[in-house]
Structures are given as structure tokens and as C-alpha cells.
Design a protein around this ligand. Structure first.
Ligand code: NAP
Length: 348
């Protein structure tokens, strides 16, 4: 089904033997606009996933909470409809955040009797969540099962043992985690190693030109341990692809994300970084998105950034840019205006 010529490259997921496309396509934008208003609906999403597959992407990231389950359902339908080869695909999903009974975005209240035990990383919830994800995806197994966040009130031993048992059951091939403190991630892997349990092989964390706090602890740990880094929002949710005043369907939401996760001391820090991206793009005759992506890929610890695609022309543009190599001077120019910022919240 690769009938569209593609420059797609494949790399190992960290120190595993699993081959993933150099770009992972995030499925957060597929689902129900009542969840977030820029999200595209089923018919359009399924058709787009077919086009994405044709371009050689084999790595898809979703989560049980995206559009409260709809994103997983859509990915599953696209796999069936386009007869995607399961042996080629790497399907990643996540658990820990509650799947709401309605389409609301807000996390379910923790003390609501209806949601007790329906979120978090307890043995009970992870066992329930993996079965529910498999049902929605309509698959026999998940390639990469990720903890969306870690709960402070659940022992790491319980979570790691539960994940190991899920892998042993055959429902999951590899495990990963998303956006948790580096010390906890490292400790969790130590616990797994000590007990002969399955270890995390991938870290999905926020990493882009306007949020680089992960360079302090998480990236050096992952590089040292051979853990794959698959950054989320490598284009800053779109912030790095355009000037602040350019309006897109998602721009309002990107503003929300920027405020929630990528707080600058002053917003002008981000604007100065975007200006450098745009200047290099213009000089090189490429898109700003290609420059932001090339910066991410220039880091040796980055395995496969998870890009948000709701239009095929965006993916074609990013694939075209896979060969773009930034010079040392360009990287310095892109990085020089970054000032340390508040760490994004690791809870939910
Ligand atoms: N683990 C977590 O906690 C977490 C959190 C968030 C996301 N994620 C994962 O990361 C994935 C990606 O997140 P994201 O959508 O924020 O990533 P992103 O790749 O940083 O942003 C995607 C946005 O960038 C713009 N864009 C993409 N390609 C472009 C191109 N070639 N030219 C111009 N603009 C382009 C589009 O904005 P417009 O639509 O405005 O044009 C698009 O919506 C999600 O789908 C999800 O799988 C994980």
C-alpha cells in the first residue's frame, strides 16, 4: 500500500529491535470536536489515516482519553478499512487519564463516585484500561502501551508489576511512559530491573524549541539507558509553524496549550524563537514546520517526534523536510532566545 513515493526512514525504537518510522503520527486530532473544537471527525480522519499509511508511516500514537475513546475507535477502523498490514504497524496508546462518559475534555473529578478506579496507574485500572483499548482499537495486541502520567498515590511497584503482567499476557509488546519526572521514570525502571520485570523502552515527553526543560534530566537519562525519546508536540502544537497572528482552526487551542504547558517568562521569548524559525525557513526556502522539526531531529536522543496531522499537505511537507540538516550556527540561533521556564505539570 505504499503507492505514494515517500522519503520515509525507519529507526529502532531505542535499544529495542522494533522499527518505527522516523515520524510518528499522533491521533489526538481524530475524534469528536465536542472534545476539542479543532478535532476532525470520523469519516475525514479515517480517510486521512489511509493517506498517511500510504506514505510509509507505520507508527501511530493515540490514547484512551483522546475524544474519550473515539480516537482509538477511528484508528482501529482505518486499520481495517485500508487493510493495513498488522505486521508492519506499530500501534501505541496510553492509559491513566479517565475516559469520560460524555465528550467533555475536562479530567473527571477524582472524588466522583462514578470515576473511582477509572483512572490512574493501579493494577485494577491498568488491567481494565488495556482491555477497553483493545476493544476500541479492535486489535489483539498493542505494540507500545504507555502510562500517560504517574499517580503519586500508587506504589511504583504496583504499576510496574501490573505492566509486566500485561506484557506477559500477550496483550502488549513494549511499555513506555509519558511526561513524568525523570527521577521517577528512572526509579520505575530500576524496580523493574531488580525484579526481572519488563522495563520502559520509550519516553513520550513534551519537547520542542519553546519547551526544553527535559534537556536537564530526562534526555541524558534516556540517552544513557538506551530509552527511545518520542517527543509530543514537536511543533509546539503549531505555535512554531507560523506567526502569532496567523489564524488556523487550531490556533486558539495552540494558545491554550502554550499557556498550559510552555509558559514563557514573557510571551515575547516564544515570539523571538518563532522569528528565528521563520527567518531560517525563509533563507533556506523551506517551511517553518520543517525547521522546527529538523531542530528536534538534530538531537541524537530523539527517536521519532509525534507530529499532529489533520491535513495531508502538512505531512507531505514534514516528510519532504526529513533531509533538512541545520548547521551549527542555525541551531545556535534557534536556541539562543530560550530562557528556562516553569516545568509543565506532571499531574492530571
Ligand atoms: N502524552 C501527552 O501528554 C501528549 C500531549 C499532547 C499531544 N500528544 C501526542 O502528540 C501528538 C502531536 O501533538 P500536537 O498536535 O500538539 O503536535 P505538533 O506536531 O507540535 O502540532 C501539530 C500542529 O502543527 C501544525 N502543523 C503540523 N504540520 C505542519 C506543517 N507541515 N505546516 C504548517 N503547520 C503544521 C498544525 O497546526 P494547525 O492545525 O493550526 O495548522 C498542527 O495541528 C498528538 O496527536 C498526541 O498523539 C501527547
Amino acid at each position: 500500500m505504499v503507492d505514494v513515493p515517500t522519503k520515509m526512514q525507519y529507526v529502532n525504537l531505542g535499544s529495542t529491535g522494533l522499527k518505527v518510522s522516523r515520524l510518528c503520527v499522533g491521533c489526538m486530532g481524530f475524534g469528536d470536536p465536542r472534545w476539542m473544537d479543532w478535532v476532525i471527525q470520523e469519516q475525514e480522519s479515517v480517510a486521512l489515516l489511509g493517506e498517511i499509511y500510504k506514505r510509509g508511516i507505520n507508527f501511530f500514537d493515540t490514547a484512551n482519553c483522546y475524544s474519550n475513546g473515539q480516537s482509538e475507535i477511528i484508528l482501529g477502523k482505518a486499520i481495517k478499512q485500508f487493510n493495513m498490514n498488522r505486521g508492519r504497524l506499530v500501534v501505541a496508546t496510553k492509559a491513566a487519564i479517565a475516559v469520560n462518559d460524555d465528550m467533555s475534555f475536562n479530567p473527571a473529578p477524582r472524588d466522583d463516585p462514578n470515576y473511582v478506579n477509572r483512572f490512574g496507574t493501579s493494577r485494577k485500572h491498568l488491567f481494565d484500561a488495556v482491555d477497553a483499548s483493545l476493544k476500541r482499537l479492535d486489535l489483539d495486541y498493542i505494540d507500545l502501551y504507555q502510562i500517560h502520567r504517574f499517580d503519586d498515590d500508587i506504589p511504583l511497584e504496583e504499576t510496574m508489576r501490573a505492566l509486566h503482567d500485561i506484557v506477559q499476557s500477550g496483550k502488549v509488546r513494549y511499555i513506555g511512559a509519558s511526561s513524568i519526572p525523570a527521577w521517577k521514570f528512572q526509579k520505575a525502571n530500576q524496580i523493574a530491573e531488580k525484579n526481572g520485570w519488563t522495563k520502559f523502552v520509550a519516553m513520550q515527553n513534551l519537547y520542542n524549541l519553546i519547551y526544553r526543560e527535559e534537556e536537564r534530566e530526562m534526555m541524558p537519562y534516556c540517552a544513557d539507558a538506551g530509552v527511545a525519546v518520542i517527543p509530543w508536540s514537536p511543533l509546539g502544537g503549531g505555535v512554531l509553524t507560523r506567526k502569532r497572528d496567523v489564524k488556523t482552526n487550531r490556533a486558539e487551542n495552540a494558545k491554550w496549550m502554550e499557556e498550559a504547558f510552555m509558559k514563557a517568562r514573557e510571551q515575547k521569548d516564544n515570539d523571538m524563537i518563532v522569528d528565528e524559525v521563520l527567518a531560517i525557513a525563509e533563507k533556506r526556502g523551506v517551511s517553518a514546520a520543517q525547521v522546527a522539526l529538523a531542530w528536534n531531529l538534530s538531537k541524537p536522543y530523539v527517536t521519532a517526534p509525534i507530529v499532529g496531522i489533520t491535513k495531508i499537505k502538512h505531512l507531505d511537507d514534514l516528510i519532504e523536510g526529513l533531509d533538512l540538516k541545520l548547521t551549527k550556527e542555525e541551531i545556535e540561533a534557534l536556541e539562543k532566545n530560550y530562557a528556562p521556564r516553569e516545568v509543565m505539570p506532571f499531574n492530571f
